[in-house]
Ligand binder design. Structure first.
Ligand code: 6GU
Length: 245
């Protein structure tokens, strides 16, 4: 899968994508991440990319021209690699003015060959270019950040880990947290006693059926405690519903 991240701060992207699991997938050639510097595409002689908002108000607005030309450069590269002259690549604009990103969206987006992620700054981007290029509007939560770079990295990470081959088998096993709308059960490792606290005996019993049942119960209890909103839509058996709802 190929990510194109359109940004005024390409260094922020480069730092992160050469690290950890995503970094390894990039080295292995399973993923590529291209940070496209929007400023490289401005036709302004002073390299300006923003201007005052029509109608007045605080802050600056990113202008349509450099954003459109950066997007076209990415789209052209995608089209020529895929040999499809008519393609409009999936283009996500990161903005708090959108529905909140979900694991189900990450799974769907992982089926794309290419994704363009557009990061805004200042008071946003001229609406006219968004109308031309954006296919999806995505927020990462109900709070305001200074720009779209951290959200773009969040979305890229969540999508990338769903791409086959990015996670090892061992890592994939823990992927299904949130799948059935349940939080993961607690985990323990050595030693058996730490700080006067002991590991739950069932985990040392060697009885896998009992371990699985205990973990399932803990998942439900934890979800009920921390995310009761999720429990309402969780896939529970009739017995579990009677006990917990
Ligand atoms: Cl996608 N962008 C910004 N600037 N702030 C956010 C966000 C996105 N999602 C939550 N807060």
């Amino acid at each position: 899968m190929h990510f194109y991240i359109l940004t005024l701060f390409p260094d922020m992207i480069e730092q992160v994508v050469h690290t950890s699991i995503i970094g390894r997938a990039v080295s292995n050639g399973i993923l590529s991440v291209h940070a496209v510097n929007i400023r490289d595409y401005t036709t302004d002689k002073h390299k300006k990319v923003d201007d005052y908002p029509y109608g007045g108000g605080a802050g600056m607005v990113m202008q349509a021209q450099p954003v459109y030309d950066a997007w076209q450069a990415a789209a052209k590269e995608i089209k020529s690699r895929r040999g499809q002259s008519q393609l409009h690549p999936r283009t996500i604009y990161l903005t708090p003015q959108a529905a909140v990103f979900k694991q189900s969206m990450a799974k769907q987006l992982a089926c794309e060959q290419d994704l363009i992620l557009l990061c805004g700054h200042y008071e946003g981007i001229d609406e006219r270019v968004l109308e031309e290029i954006v296919t999806d509007y995505v927020s990462i939560g109900d709070y305001v950040l200074t720009g779209g770079e951290l959200p773009a990295l969040v979305v890229a990470d969540a999508v990338a880990r769903m791409v086959p081959g990015v996670l090892t088998n061992a890592q994939s096993a823990s992927t299904e947290s949130l799948e059935g709308s349940l939080l993961e059960h607690p985990q323990y490792s050595r030693p058996e006693e730490w700080n006067g606290k002991i590991v739950p005996a069932v985990l040392l019993s060697g009885n896998h059926a009992n371990v699985d049942a205990w973990r399932r119960e803990q998942s439900i209890l934890r979800t009920k405690e921390r995310r009761p909103d999720l429990l309402a839509q969780a896939e529970l058996t009739q017995k579990e519903r009677e006990r917990h709802l």
